[in-house]
Design a protein around this ligand. Structure first.
Ligand SMILES: Nc1ncnc2c1ncn2[C@@H]1O[C@H](COP(=O)(O)OP(=O)(O)OP(=O)(O)O)[C@@H](O)[C@H]1O
Ligand SMILES: [Mg+2]
Length: 510
């Protein structure tokens, strides 16, 4: 007998269900998305025990025809798409026909619904994948779905669920993006005995309901539109402000997109991208969280432009006030092993890595194109392959803004006559390395340019081991705190380590 055998169908079904439903929060997400797709203007959510005991989502949407109820809990049955072409222009959040059957597989699932076309509703109950009850039942227009005892028949999964408090946190982080993206829907959410209500209104009202009154004192909006693409949103300039995370919504679907996230230098922001559905592929990942764009370059450019104009308007991200954390006008400074700067603060001590601090300063200067150039005594000659040449040409206008002066001799041969004055010198090898790294690291033109800037900033920055005068240390710290991100370097490494005097006292047993 062979060693490979087909798994029993119920095991296959349970494995598939486990891919869609990972924890109570995934049920909440799927059920709210179904309610949104049904055109509801009101959604009520009940959570008990972090969703482990009960999840109930009710809506006043279009409802499900009674005869369709058994199909709704059957795998790959959906009313949202009919053919393969439809996947290319999905406007609904769901399209796979997998959410309800998956929940039915691993919980006690009940659906009570009445469609707008029918006088009476229907009720269906599924336990561990089997329909155990199906009958007529009264209800007003809309749908209620109840999920009880999630993973009751899947102990391996049940065991990995966290405490109710932690599961509730996962649920909140699934609900939050829906509150942001659908201000027109009234939500009422009950966690045990606590009820939270969000009334329908405009986006501004919703932001205040969700993030508090201070939202508009600490966040500013941007808006860009070109042809059929519209990009808008909010950026929070205060890292301690109400918005601490970045959200991207593509046609109101909350997604992850590395390229867009990397354009923001503040931790808190919301971006809404509205594009014709055929420009997005939502079918990239089973959880529908990743998307691909047909016109990615254009979208990235619009977001970047929006941010640039926002900075120009608000001055934010440009110059920041020196925080009043230091003692004696920043006079108490020491250099440690020629590598770290120690600065006394009111609360204790800052340890600053001089190289990465300078790297951050140069990176931001280069990005703003505010650096003079210096002529090279011996120009650098570059020979590029046709592929490299194409990319280099695209990067050129950006490089020129940062102080490079480059001329093309013939196809693929370039002479670099001047470089940004912030880099003391640049060898032909280093220039090549910069282009190679930019091409390797950057997936898009903007990312490549960004990589190039990081490399230039790194090369130009003062090195560990370089002795600095008190005046130089002071200027460095002042310039560091005028950047948008004094605490992390462009590569994401920490620049500053803080030690409070309390911690030091504790070490001495004071
Ligand atoms: N709250 C609801 N109101 C109206 N119809 C609903 C509701 N919930 C589910 N349905 C119907 O049941 C069908 C199956 O729902 P299910 O969530 O399993 O799949 P889907 O939403 O089509 O796709 P996905 O698996 O991507 O969520 C839907 O296509 C829809 O017709
Ligand atoms: Mg669905």
């Amino acid at each position: 007998m062979g060693r490979i055998a087909k798994l029993p169908p119920e095991v296959i079904r349970r494995i598939a269900a486990g891919e869609v439903i990972e924890r109570p929060a995934s049920c909440v997400k799927e059920l709210i998305e179904n309610a949104i797709d049904s055109g509801a203007t009101r959604i009520d959510v009940d959570i008990e025990d972090g969703g482990k005991k009960l999840i109930r989502v009710s809506d006043n949407g279009c409802g499900i025809l009674k005869e369709d109820l058994p199909l709704a809990v059957e795998r790959h049955s959906t009313s949202k798409i009919k053919s393969e072409e439809d996947i290319q222009r999905v406007l609904t959040l769901g399209f796979r026909g997998e959410a309800l059957p998956s929940m039915g597989e691993v919980s006690y699932l009940e659906i009570l619904s009445r469609s707008e076309e029918e006088d009476t509703g229907g009720y269906i109950k599924v336990i561990g994948g089997e329909v155990v009850e199906f009958r007529e039942a009264p209800r007003q227009r809309g749908t209620t779905v109840v999920v009880r005892e999630l993973f009751f028949n899947y102990p391996a999964r049940r065991k990995f669920l966290h405490s109710s408090r932690v599961e509730e946190r996962y649920i909140r982080s699934e609900i939050l993006p829906k509150l942001i993206a659908y201000p027109g829907i009234t939500f009422s959410i009950r966690y045990g005995k606590k009820i939270e209500r969000y009334y329908s209104g405009g986006i501004e009202e919703r932001m205040i309901q969700v993030f508090g009154r201070e939202f508009f004192t600490q966040c500013a909006g941007f808006f860009e539109e070109e042809d059929d693409v519209r990009v808008w949103g909010f950026v929070c300039f205060n890292p301690e402000g109400p918005l601490k995370k970045g959200f991207i919504f593509v046609n109101r679907r909350n997604v992850w997109h590395h390229g867009i996230h990397s354009l923001f230098s503040f931790p808190g922001y919301i971006v809404f991208i509205e594009i014709p559905p055929e420009y997005v592929d939502v079918n990239v990942h089973p959880s529908k969280r990743e998307v691909r764009f047909v016109k990615e370059e254009k979208i990235l450019e619009l977001v970047e432009r929006g941010l640039r104009r926002l900075s120009a308007r608000t001055g934010e991200g440009e110059r920041k006030e020196m925080p009043e954390i230091f003692t004696e006008d920043l006079e108490k400074l020491w250099q440690l092993h020629g590598t770290y700067i120690l600065a006394e603060t009111k609360k204790g001590l800052l340890i600053i890595d001089q190289h990465v601090a300078h790297e951050r300063i140069l990176y931001e200067k280069l990005k703003k194109g505010k650096v003079p150039s210096q002529r090279l005594l011996v120009p650098i000659v570059l020979e590029l392959s046709p592929h490299e040449n194409e990319i280099f040409k695209e990067m050129l206008p950006h490089l020129e803004r940062t102080g490079f002066v480059v001329k093309e001799l013939s196809g693929g041969t370039w002479v670099v006559e001047a470089i940004p004055a912030v880099i003391p010198s640049l060898s032909p090898e280093a220039m090549r390395e910069m282009i190679d790294d930019a091409i390797r690291e950057g997936k898009t033109r903007i990312k490549m340019f960004d990589e190039a800037l990081k490399i230039i900033a790194c090369r130009g920055a003062i090195k560990a081991g370089e002795k600095l005068s008190r005046e130089e240390m002071k200027t460095l710290i002042e310039e560091l705190f005028s950047t948008s991100h004094p605490y992390t370097c462009p590569h994401g490494r920490p620049i500053i380590v803080e030690m409070e005097i309390r911690e030091i006292d504790k070490k001495f047993g004071r």
